[in-house]
Write a protein of this length. Structure first.
Length: 256
């Protein structure tokens, strides 16, 4: 049974007496899939009832995990997105590679750049998994935080169906991995968010916006912290992301 079929079964099994608010609450199911180089990735999939719904894939910060996106997932689901939040390789529950444990805490920072580069495999595996579940992958928005921004940028030009990127506290060179070339070549729109009390991220956000040739929405807050911590101090950010994502996946206007 596919995850999509299981989700629909759960939806139909809701008690008829449940209130309307309860019925609208999205289901998140744990999922697992393999990358081409042997990592077993874990994630939470919140499926839309519409198999052709747009998709948001969420990539967390360094030494974080998919739970950091819990404030945003319900908002995206309510806007009609299928949402996949994953634990990236060596993080959270994604610490198994061909039976061997690979844990971020044991990887020297000087060597972590390789995992950033190889993180593109995580996104290819995620898109492949969604397609196998019968879900459309032609309208994808990648949403990254901190080094998750780097993985998103590096993946976007090679992953078919990516329409837009949301970058929370990006860096131009996290862990020695330069992403300015990727930022320059991605044709879709970017929403770039950073806070002035996160100086390196603010500087990087402005450089990425200047280098990107497509449409930019640059949002700089006076304060708010780094990455997904911005949700704690900037509650309107969730709606800002949803509005950007919805606009990015809208069908092109018909020509007269």
């Amino acid at each position: 049974m596919s995850v999509r079929t299981l989700w629909l079964c759960l939806f139909l099994a809701l008690p008829l007496a449940a209130g309307a608010e309860e019925e609208r609450r999205p289901f998140s199911l744990p999922v697992s899939f393999e990358t081409s180089d042997g990592f077993t990735l874990k994630g939470d999939l919140t499926s839309s009832a519409d198999a052709n719904a747009p998709v948001a894939i969420l990539l967390h910060m360094y030494r974080s995990d998919r739970r950091a996106w819990s404030p945003l997932v319900p908002e995206l689901a309510a806007a009609g997105f299928t949402v996949l939040a994953i634990d990236q390789r060596a993080h959270g529950e994604s610490q198994q590679r061909r039976g061997e444990r690979v844990e971020v805490a044991t990887i020297p920072r000087a060597e972590f750049g390789e995992l950033v580069r190889e993180g593109t495999r995580d996104l290819r595996a995620a898109a492949r998994y969604l397609a196998l579940q019968g879900l459309a992958t032609d309208r994808i928005v990648l949403i990254g935080a901190s080094y998750g921004c780097s993985v998103s940028l590096l993946s976007a030009e090679h992953l078919e169906g990516v329409r837009a990127l949301v970058l929370l506290s990006p860096g131009t060179n996290y862990f020695g991995v330069d992403v300015l070339g990727a930022a320059s070549s991605f044709p879709g729109p970017l929403l770039i968010v950073a806070a002035e009390d996160d100086r390196n991220a603010v500087e990087s956000a402005r450089v990425i916006a200047a280098r990107h040739r497509g449409a930019n929405d640059l949002e700089i807050y006076s304060s708010g912290g780094h990455g997904t911590r911005l949700f704690d101090r900037r509650p309107r950010l969730k709606q800002r992301i949803v509005e950007f994502a919805v606009k990015a996946v809208e069908p092109a206007a018909s020509q007269p």
